[in-house]
Design a protein around this ligand. Structure first.
Ligand code: NAD
Ligand code: GLY
Length: 360
C-alpha cells in the first residue's frame, strides 16, 4: 500500500492507495472516533461495493443513505435528504460520514459533513479515477446551483482518503478518460516530467495497465497534496488547479449538467486555455499541439461544443469563483508545466477563442 500525506498541521491526513482496500478489515477504524457511521453512496456504486465496505465496519452502528446517480443530483435538495436521513436516526455530532463513490458523492457528502451540527468527521472512499486523483483530496466540498457549478460549498478536509484502485475495474471507459483529464492537468500546470511520462504511457493507461494506473494515481495525488499543503484555501497557487475549469464549467452548465462529463469539459477547457495562451503569444504552437494530441489519445473531446456562442460563454463564465470585481480571471499557460493566473488577457483574443470551432 502506498501512503501519502496531506500536510495540513493538526488536520493532516493520509491518502491510502492500493487494490482491495474497500474490503480491508480494520483499515478505517482509527479514523472513526465514535460509534455512529453513515455511509453515503449512490445507486450505481452501492450494489458494487457497499456490502464489501459494510463487512469491515461490524464494530460500529452503521447507517446507509443511497443517492440517485448523476451530476444533476449534486444539489441542495439532495443535500437536504442527507441531513434528513442523519436526523431521522438520529445521528449525533460525532457521527462519521463516509463517502463511497465518485466526485459527486464525495463533494456532496463532504459538504454535508461540513454543515451537519457544524461539522462531523468525514472519510473519502473515491471509486472513480477522477475522484482518486483529484476531488477526494484537498477538502473542496460543494453542491451546484442552477446558476453556477459548485457555487454553494465549504473547505472541509476528510480524516483520510482510501483509493482502492481495484474499484476502477468496474468503471467504464468514458469515465476513465474523464479522470485522465485531471491527470493531464497536473502535467500541464506544474509537472512537465509527468506530462512526458503520460505521452509515453497513455496507451497503457487507456488499456488499464495496473502498474501504469497506480503510478499515475500516486503521482497525481502527490501533486495535489503538495499544492493543497501550500495553499489550502486557494489564496494563490491552488487556483492553478483550475486550469480549463472556467471554460469547462461554462460548458457543463451551458450544455446541461451531466451531458458533458466534468472531465470532458475540463479537457476541452484546458485546450481553450492553451489556445488563448497561444493567441496571446505566451504558448508555442508545439505545446498546444502536444496538449491536444495527449487529450485526444486519452479519449477526451478536443472540439468545443458548437451550441455555445461567445456571448453565452461569457455569461456563464461570469459565475465563477475566480471572478473578482466582475472581471473573469483565467488560468493560462506559458509552457507545458508552467501555468499562471491572468487578468490582463486581451478581450478580443478571448472572443476569438470562444468562437473557435477548431483548436487542435
Ligand atoms: P461521478 O461521481 O458522477 O461518477 C461518474 C460515474 O461513475 C457515475 O455514474 C458513478 O455512479 C459511476 N461510478 C463511480 N464509481 C464507479 C465504479 N467504481 N464503477 C462503476 N461506476 C462507478 O463523477 P466524477 O467524475 O467522479 O466526479 C465529478 C464531480 O467531481 C463533479 O461534480 C466535479 O465538480 C467534482 N470535482 C470536485 C473536485 C474537488 O476538488 N472537490 C475536483 C474535481 C472534480
Ligand atoms: N480541483 C481543484 C482544487 O481542488 O483546487
Amino acid at each position: 500500500m502506498t501512503t501519502l500525506n496531506v500536510d495540513l498541521g493538526d488536520r493532516s491526513y493520509p491518502i491510502l492507495i492500493d487494490r482491495e482496500l474497500i474490503g480491508s478489515v480494520g483499515l478505517l477504524k482509527q479514523y472513526i472516533p465514535a460509534r455512529q457511521v453513515m455511509v453515503v453512496s449512490n445507486e450505481t456504486v452501492a450494489p458494487l461495493y457497499l456490502d464489501k465496505l459494510l463487512s469491515t465496519l461490524t464494530d460500529f452502528e452503521v447507517h446507509t443513505h443511497i443517492l440517485p446517480d448523476g451530476e444533476e443530483f449534486k444539489n441542495l435538495q439532495i443535500l437536504d435528504g442527507i441531513f434528513d436521513a442523519l436526523l431521522k436516526v438520529p445521528c449525533d455530532r460525532e457521527v462519521t460520514l463516509i463517502a463511497l463513490g465518485g466526485g459527486v458523492v464525495g463533494d456532496i457528502t463532504g459538504f454535508a459533513a461540513a454543515c451537519y451540527q457544524r461539522g462531523v468527521p468525514f472519510i473519502q472512499i473515491p471509486t472513480t479515477l477522477l475522484a482518486q486523483v483529484d476531488s477526494s483530496v484537498g477538502g473542496k466540498t460543494a453542491v451546484n446551483h442552477p446558476r453556477g457549478k459548485n457555487m454553494i460549498g465549504a473547505f472541509y478536509q476528510p480524516r483520510c482518503v482510501v483509493a482502492d484502485t481495484g474499484s476502477l475495474d468496474t468503471l467504464d471507459d468514458r469515465q476513465l478518460s474523464a479522470g485522465l483529464a485531471e491527470v493531464i492537468k497536473y502535467g500541464l500546470i506544474r509537472d512537465p516530467g509527468f506530462f512526458s511520462w503520460l505521452e509515453e504511457n497513455m496507451d497503457a493507461l487507456v488499456d488499464r495497465d495496473a502498474a501504469a494506473l497506480s503510478y499515475c494515481i500516486e503521482r497525481s495525488c502527490r501533486n495535489k497534496a503538495e499544492v493543497v499543503a501550500q495553499d489550502e484555501h486557494e489564496a494563490g497557487v491552488r487556483a492553478l488547479l483550475n486550469l480549463g475549469h472556467t471554460f469547462g464549467h461554462a460548458i457543463e452548465a451551458g450544455m446541461g449538467y451531466g451531458n458533458w462529463l466534468h472531465g470532458e469539459a475540463v479537457a476541452t477547457g484546458m485546450l481553450m486555455a492553451a489556445d488563448l495562451s497561444r493567441r496571446s503569444g505566451w504558448l508555442s504552437d508545439q505545446d498546444v499541439y502536444r496538449t491536444g494530441a495527449l487529450l485526444k489519445r486519452a479519449g477526451l473531446p478536443v472540439v468545443p461544443p458548437s451550441e455555445l456562442t461567445a456571448s453565452r460563454y461569457r455569461d456563464l463564465m461570469k459565475v465563477d469563483k475566480k471572478v473578482k470585481s466582475g472581471h473573469i480571471r483565467l488560468v493560462l499557460l506559458k509552457s507545458i508545466g508552467e501555468a499562471f493566473v491572468c487578468d490582463d488577457y486581451d478581450e478580443a483574443l478571448l472572443n476569438q477563442t470562444l468562437s473557435a470551432q477548431t483548436i487542435y
